[in-house]
Ligand binder design. Structure first.
Ligand code: HEC
Ligand code: HEC
Length: 388
């Protein structure tokens, strides 16, 4: 009996020593993790990006890399300088459906300020309720896009604005006709005089005014901006880890960098659906350079939580889906790897920078949490009164 009691005692002591050891090692792990997070938080919110952990870049992305951070000030081109009168005229035109053939469709029909300056649809409805073929991009921060559109087919916002007016599926009109209609509206003459010095209404002036307005549509400071400026406690641990993953393990920063979160290049991430229904050759359609087949402009990611669905064809509904797609490295990006377009055989090879990342479910959630911190508070937009 005595023996049994001693054995139980020994066992009890053994178990509690073991338990204690285990506890200390768990506690140590927790302490180490907390110290790591504290360190990350201090570095990223230090206000000095040169102290941030080194970002993980591929050699091919180095030449177009600049660190993520605040959006720079907007620069206006020398032949279309800013004035508040020009901005107001441009804004009025942006909301005016009389630029379209049916007089029913304005730029704002597909670029609605209450819907993240896009329309949150896979494809937009245009003239006669025809469906478009690409996802409407948000115009927020478009001032930072070197080549507007998914395929970058124009090189300025001035040139961009006449495209939707003349696109048969969108506004189905003509710039000369639109200018004629606007010129006949008395109320506009005052606005043109204030913006350009005289009453003359030309298509060039319409484009310049709309471009000036678009350049002012810009994100205000987001949670990310406050955090990197030193407000260390605005980020949760998940948001912080998401930022770190974005720059390191997940390597999003290879392409989505600078204050605009795009390096303004064209990349192939395997979304062209080569040889399938919905095939879109992207940049190739503009350059006819075979290496460009399947490349699309790297979109900026500010406000991205407000601008779904995602990609040029609106094929992904949520950010989690997009991140899971990258995590797998988009393995089955196309059933077919070649297509014949206007007699020319084209391949579409996805970039080597799209590869298996093996992100855990937790890491996907953390990246999503970070992307959401890139949205600023949507301010209310007063819609201008349309001149009569
Ligand atoms: C019927 C819907 C529709 C209308 C109307 C429309 N857009 Fe768009 N917009 C789109 C789509 C779709 C795209 C992407 C097309 C592409 O890349 O091929 C786009 C792209 C853009 C872009 C490029 C953004 C970027 O960052 O690259 C700008 C700027 C823009 N539109 C401005 C305008 C202006 C200005 C008007 C009015 C004159 C207008 N849009 C009318 C659907 C529309
Ligand atoms: C090789 C360059 C490259 C890398 C690396 C990359 N992206 Fe992209 N990203 C693109 C391109 C190009 C598109 C547009 C593709 C299309 O529309 O078909 C895009 C689109 C997106 C979109 C959709 C935006 C919109 O407005 O529709 C999101 C969100 C996004 N990327 C997030 C990420 C995240 C998160 C990572 C890291 C896990 C990442 N990207 C890595 C090039 C890249």
């Amino acid at each position: 009996m005595k023996n049994a009691i001693s054995w139980i005692l020994v066992l009890f002591i053994l178990v509690s020593v073991l338990n204690n050891c285990l506890n200390t090692s768990v506690k140590k792990e927790i302490r180490e993790k907390a110290a790591f997070m504290d360190k990350l938080r201090n570095l990223y919110s230090s206000g000095d990006p040169s102290r941030w952990p080194k970002s993980v870049l591929d050699t091919e992305s180095i030449s177009t890399f600049s660190e993520i951070g605040h959006l720079p000030e907007i620069s206006f081109p020398s032949d279309n300088q800013y004035s508040s009168e020009k901005e107001l005229l441009g804004k009025t035109l942006f909301f005016d459906p009389r630029l379209s053939k049916s007089e029913q469709i304005a730029c704002a029909s597909c670029h609605d300020p209450e819907l993240g300056w896009c329309d949150n649809r896979t494809f937009s409805f245009g003239h006669d309720r025809q469906l478009g073929v690409r996802n409407a991009m948000s115009i927020i921060n478009t001032a930072y896009a070197k080549n507007p559109f998914w395929d970058g087919r124009v090189n300025s916002l001035e040139k961009q604005s006449q495209k939707p007016i003349e696109d048969q599926r969108e506004m189905s009109g003509h710039m000369d006709m639109a200018a004629g209609k606007i010129a006949a509206i008395k109320g506009y003459q005052v606005l043109f005089e204030k913006a350009f010095g005289d009453k003359s209404v030309t298509k060039e002036r319409i484009s310049k005014a709309i471009a000036t307005f678009e350049r002012t549509v810009r994100s205000s400071a987001s949670k990310f901006d406050y955090f990197i400026d030193g407000k260390a406690d605005v980020y949760t641990d998940d948001e912080l880890m998401g930022l770190h993953l974005f720059r390191t393990k997940a390597q999003c920063i290879n392409c989505h960098n600078s204050g605009y979160f795009s390096n303004n290049t064209f990349e192939n991430i395997g979304t062209s659906l080569l040889g399938e229904k919905g095939e879109d050759l992207g940049r190739y359609l503009v350059t006819k350079n075979v290496d460009d087949a399947g490349k699309f402009r790297v979109p900026g990611l500010r406000e991205v939580s407000r601008t779904g669905p995602y990609f040029h064809n609106g094929s992904m509904a949520t950010l989690q889906e997009v991140i899971a797609f990258y995590s797998k490295g988009n393995p089955e990006y196309s059933q077919k790897r070649t297509t014949i377009h206007e007699g020319i055989t084209l391949n579409s090879e996805k970039s080597g920078m799209v590869r298996m990342l093996e992100l855990s479910d937790r890491e996907i959630v953390q990246l999503e949490a970070f992307l959401k911190t890139l949205s600023s508070k949507a301010g209310r937009i007063t819609i201008p009164e349309l001149p009569k």
